[in-house]
Design a binder for this molecule. Structure first.
Ligand SMILES: [Zn+2]
Length: 136
């Protein structure tokens, strides 16, 4: 599915450069002790994920945009199109955003690094080969 695109990297939490290595230490966003831990480097292509101190501060803006998008889509979908009372929508939406916080946090970070790192087909081919050798 869209391998080599930013959508693939974001949807599968993989390295934006090779689309092979994992970006996060755990794939479970509800492993609350480790959901925010990012691998220091891609284990297959060596791309640095901890680029500089404070790099992920910009991801806060992405996280905010994702929360606003979720709110606006819910408002338009339920209040305007389906004519549901806004208090019922808020009663579901606010807990939903709280429950989705780890998912939004992780999605914002992987979107943020995808702004700065381009997919590299040569590194991807080498990374895929390296992974296949490590896991025959
Ligand atoms: Zn990589």
């Amino acid at each position: 599915m869209f391998k080599g695109s930013k959508v693939y990297s974001i949807a599968t939490n993989t390295c934006p450069k090779c689309n092979v290595g994992s970006f996060f230490k755990t794939n479970n966003p509800y492993d609350l002790k480790n959901f925010d831990k990012i691998n220091e480097y891609c284990q297959y292509c060596g791309e640095s994920f901890l680029r500089e101190p404070g790099f992920y501060i910009g991801a806060m803006y992405v996280s905010y945009a994702l929360s606003v998008a979720l709110t606006v889509i819910s408002f338009v979908g339920f209040v305007i199109l389906l004519n549901v009372d806004i208090y019922y929508v808020l009663a579901v939406l606010i807990p939903a955003i709280i429950v989705l916080l780890p998912v939004l946090f992780r999605t914002a970070r992987i979107i943020w690094i995808n702004f700065f790192v381009k997919y590299d087909p040569e590194k991807a081919a080498l990374a895929t080969e390296k992974r296949n050798l490590a896991n025959p």
